[in-house]
Design a protein around this ligand. Structure first.
Ligand SMILES: [Zn+2]
Length: 244
C-alpha cells in the first residue's frame, strides 16, 4: 500500500502486527523501512507499538511542528523528539497537542507544585502550632505563593512568621519572610522594619539559607519603590486589620 502525503510525497506502508506494552496485539500500517530515507531531515521515526490511539494515529514519524502558545501567544516549536517523548514515553494520547510553550508549561507545573506545597504547609502549621519549623515553612510558602501567582493568606503568613520567631528566636529568617509578606500587603514601612531587623539579627550568622536571604533583603531595601511608597501619604500602612 502507498500513501501520499502533501508534505513528504509518496510513502510506502507495510502491514505490521504490533504488541502494546499492555500486551494487546493488533495490525497496523507502518512506514516501509526503505522509505524512512525519504523523511525530511530532523524527522524522528515513531515506534507505533508504544503509541496510545485516540481518534488519531498511528503516527509513523514525528517532525517539528510550529505552534502558538495559548497563554503567552508566542510561537514555539513542538519538537519531533519532544513529541516522541510525549507519545511513547509519557504515553499521552496521540491526539494530545502542545498548547503551551515550554516556559509557560514549566510555570504552570511550578504553580501547581507551589499550591500543593502550600496546602501541605498550611496543614502542618495547623497540626503543629508549637513547631517553629512548621510555622516558618508556612510563612515561607505564603511568601513564595504571593511572589509568583498570588493566593495565600498574607496575614496568616505574617502571624506564622512571628510565631516561629517567638518559638525559636534563632530562626531569624522568619523576619525576612515577614518583610516580604508586608511588602505584598502594601505596607512599606513594616517591610523595611522587618527586613532591617532581619539584617541586624542575621549579622555574623553563617548558615547558608540565611546568607542567601541576606543578599535578597539587601536588594529589596535598595529598591527605591519601598521608600517612595513609605513616604507617600497614600501609604497603606494605616489601613486594614493588623495581624496579631
Ligand atoms: Zn507561553
Amino acid at each position: 500500500m502507498q500513501v501520499w502525503s502533501s508534505e513528504f510525497g509518496a510513502l510506502r506502508l507495510i502491514e505490521r502486527t504490533v504488541t502494546t506494552p499492555e500486551g494487546r496485539s493488533f495490525s497496523l500500517w507502518d512506514l516501509h523501512p526503505d522509505d524512512a530515507r525519504k523523511l525530511p531531515p530532523g524527522a524522528v521515526r515513531a515506534d507505533i507499538s508504544r503509541q496510545v490511539f485516540g481518534l488519531g494515529g498511528p503516527v509513523l514519524f514525528y517532525v517539528d511542528r510550529q505552534r502558538r502558545c495559548r497563554t503567552c501567544g508566542e510561537d514555539f516549536v513542538f519538537r519531533a523528539t519532544e513529541q516522541r517523548y510525549w507519545y511513547e514515553t509519557l504515553r499521552f494520547m496521540i491526539d494530545a497537542d502542545a498548547v503551551h510553550c515550554a516556559r509557560c508549561r514549566r510555570q504552570i507545573r511550578q504553580g501547581k507544585a507551589r499550591a500543593a506545597h502550600h496546602a501541605e504547609a498550611v496543614a502542618a502549621a495547623h497540626a503543629h502550632p508549637d513547631d517553629a519549623g512548621a510555622q516558618l515553612a508556612l510563612a515561607a510558602s505564603t511568601s513564595a505563593l504571593r511572589e509568583h501567582a498570588g493566593g495565600g493568606d498574607i496575614d496568616a503568613g505574617i502571624a506564622a512568621a512571628r510565631r516561629a520567631l517567638r518559638l525559636k528566636p534563632s530562626l531569624v529568617e522568619a523576619l525576612y519572610h515577614e518583610g516580604r509578606l508586608q511588602a505584598h500587603a502594601g505596607r512599606p514601612a513594616k517591610t523595611r522594619e522587618a527586613l532591617e531587623a532581619f539584617l541586624k539579627r542575621a549579622e555574623g550568622l553563617s548558615r547558608r539559607e540565611v546568607k542567601t536571604l541576606v543578599r535578597a533583603a539587601q536588594t529589596w531595601l535598595e529598591r527605591a519603590d519601598i521608600d517612595d511608597a513609605a513616604s507617600s501619604p497614600k501609604s497603606q500602612d494605616s489601613k486594614g486589620p493588623e495581624p496579631a
